[in-house]
Design a binder for this molecule. Structure first.
Ligand code: GLU
Length: 426
């Protein structure tokens, strides 16, 4: 009952606040600032390819259910497309398109030889058995097999998908290909060619951005009060990293509610009690709503859940002086404007969450070369990449007198626009 209610509200909000249109408007703005003609915008405003598939799955009760899935490939001028697959009841075609555009921007920002891709299946994995999830994962790979592959489009985990799902998908592709193909997908278990550090990579990247942002604002992360909205892959690792660094994690949340304690929460206890979907607040009685949490007292706020959380309705009430977006699309265009006018440093999603795809790239390189790196090597490479990207975007924002989101779009779109031009597409 509670789950349905939460999902309905997110869906309604996403219908009203269309992430694709707002992304397109920012891309247009970025291309204009860079002096590109309108035809470049016409090329980049939508994915080059969008596949819709219907996947029949035999359910445990003997019935057959047909699931709808998507795979969007935004632009492959720079290289193969790359990006995760989400399993969520609120997945829409428009959302998957926007997510694929964001992946192109991330690849541009951290300078990877990829374009963006994204997949999604409308389903609720919280209500499916292990066997049903395996059948759905394998069915999806069979349905999209023509357009994906290690040199075409390389999937990865996203909301409610994990290394086990990547393993099934890799196995299904390898069977069809009649060849072991670890480079088909990233985010795999280590024993199947996964990379050290991939599971925590998004959170590591966000942590690096928080540290860089704090330096700019002369704020010490040690002792700073932090709220992390969302306790999934990004939110849980992030809470742990910040807690270990000496930050006081005063608030966390999941899809059902939020916890807040001005003295700091017992993060190790919460991590221990969370389920595989990041649910933990059900264990407590006096919880807050996600809305209340976002407006609670803190120095640093990290939305690490879903889209459209900071809107024009609550942007005026945000207490943090730094907002770092670990989720994709958590802040609307109007809210970005309000936060910027209020002098809040907003580190945008396409930069802050790019650590995941960066280590996915390292995984793919290791798969291609058949030689594997240590965790220390991965961490060092990720640190260098994120610090450099953060500062490039921070300086671009400063020099061009734009907010960090527009600066990130300008940096992210440039390589793709240039590559498309050299290829003679525009
Ligand atoms: N799904 C993640 C993202 O949104 C990671 C994508 C990848 O590793 O390819 O950035």
């Amino acid at each position: 009952m509670v789950a349905e209610k939460a999902a309905d509200t997110t869906k309604e909000r996403n219908n009203q606040l269309d992430v694709l249109s707002s992304t397109q408007a920012t891309i247009k703005n970025a291309l204009e600032k860079l002096g590109y003609p309108d035809e470049v915008y016409e090329l980049l405003k939508e994915p080059l390819r969008m596949m819709t598939v219907r996947i029949p799955v035999r359910m445990d009760d003997g019935s057959t259910k047909i699931f709808t899935g998507y795979r969007a490939q935004h632009n492959d001028a720079v290289g193969p497309t790359k990006g995760g697959i989400r399993f969520h009841p609120d997945v829409t075609e428009k959302e998957v398109k926007a997510l694929s555009i964001w992946m192109s921007l991330k690849a541009g920002i951290v300078d990877l030889p990829y374009g963006g891709g994204k997949g999604g299946i409308i389903c609720d994995p919280r209500e499916m058995s292990f066997r049903e999830l395996e059948a759905l994962s394998r069915g999806y790979v069979r349905a999209i097999s023509q357009i994906v592959g290690p040199t075409k489009d390389i999937p990865a985990p996203d909301v409610f998908t994990n290394s086990q799902i990547m393993a099934w998908m890799m196995d299904e592709y390898s069977r069809m290909d009649e060849f072991n193909s670890p480079g088909f997908i990233t985010g795999k278990p280590i024993v199947l060619g996964g990379s050290h550090g991939r599971e925590s990579a998004t959170a590591k990247g966000v942590t690096i951005c928080i540290n860089e942002a704090a330096k700019k604002r002369n704020l010490s992360v040690k002792g700073a009060k932090v709220i992390v909205q969302g306790f999934g892959n990004a939110g849980s690792f992030l809470s742990k990293f910040l807690h270990d660094e000496g930050a006081i994690v005063v608030g966390i949340s999941d899809a059902y509610g939020a916890l807040y304690d001005p003295e700091g929460l017992d993060i190790d206890y919460l991590l221990d009690r969370r389920d595989s979907f990041g649910t933990v607040t059900k264990l407590f009685n006096n919880t807050l709503t996600n809305k209340e949490l976002l407006e609670s007292e803190c120095d640093i706020l990290v939305p690490a859940a879903v889209e459209n959380q900071i809107t024009k309705e609550n942007a005026h009430n945000i207490k943090a002086s730094i907002v770092v977006e670990a989720a994709n699309g958590p802040t609307t265009t109007e809210a970005t404007k309000i936060l910027t006018e209020r002098g809040i440093l907003l580190v945008p999603d396409v930069l802050a969450s790019a650590g995941g795809v960066t280590v996915s790239y390292f995984e793919w390189v290791q798969n291609n070369q058949g030689y594997y790196w240590t965790e220390e090597e991965i961490e060092e490479k990720l640190l260098q990449t994120m610090v450099k990207s953060f500062n490039t975007i921070y300086d671009t924002a400063h020099n061009r007198k734009v907010d960090m989101r527009l600066a990130a779009y300008m940096v992210g779109v440039r390589k793709m626009a240039e590559a498309s031009r050299f290829r003679g597409w525009v």
